[in-house]
Design a protein around this ligand. Sequence first.
Ligand SMILES: *[C@@H]1O[C@H](CO)[C@@H](O)[C@H](O)[C@H]1NC(C)=O
Ligand SMILES: *[C@@H]1O[C@H](CO)[C@@H](O)[C@H](O)[C@H]1NC(C)=O
Ligand SMILES: *[C@@H]1O[C@H](CO)[C@@H](O)[C@H](O)[C@H]1NC(C)=O
Length: 184
Amino acid sequence: MALNPFSRPTKLMSFSSILLLLAMLMPLAKAQSPRETTIVLYLQDLASGPNATVVPITGIQGKPQSFTSFGTIFAVDDIITETPDKVSAQIGRAQGILVASSLSGSNVHVSMSLAFTNVEYNGSSLEIQGISRQFERYKEVSVVSGTGSFRYARGYATLETVFYDNKTSYSIIRCTVRLLPNIQ
Ligand SMILES: *[C@@H]1O[C@H](CO)[C@@H](O)[C@H](O)[C@H]1NC(C)=O
Ligand SMILES: *[C@@H]1O[C@H](CO)[C@@H](O)[C@H](O)[C@H]1NC(C)=O
Ligand SMILES: *[C@@H]1O[C@H](CO)[C@@H](O)[C@H](O)[C@H]1NC(C)=O
């Protein structure tokens, strides 16, 4: 006997397609969680010349000073801009230290404040810290705290080099900050 199209098997199918739909929607919902705030900014990073914004300040005696030479410490004061364009609106500065922190030369420890000067967050700062796996495309570091609008900030930031000029050691780094709510 042929099954009635409105009988149980059809219902089962629609139930399983609902499950499938839910399974498909769930990662989407997670990625677009309204509970997260995303801030995208760009670091203008110059590692050579008299106007360098990242400069080695010390290292192990007798060893070269570089990002791959264990023990090298850099001071950083990068301009933060709104878009990758270096003449776009300046919204703050990324100030702190970087340490070539792995004997193998692959990792850098980042400890930096993003100090905002734009109208929206003027005087507020975000503290980012962590291991930067410098040969990977996306480096992920923690947002450990903040001040002003960002008090009690929690989250993470990804760093991606979107431009690099080998001649002048000029990099533009996209920093995408993701924060949990209750900080603004
Ligand atoms: C360094 O910055 C100063 C002031 O902005 C500028 O006049 C000078 O041309 C810059 N030097 C180089 C090598 O870019
Ligand atoms: C940010 O705050 C400083 C100090 O209060 C002030 O001088 C400056 O004009 C402010 N900038 C903006 C863009 O509001
Ligand atoms: C950068 O340029 C130098 C020469 O100025 C060259 O020796 C080096 O291989 C280049 N590095 C990259 C990553 O292109």
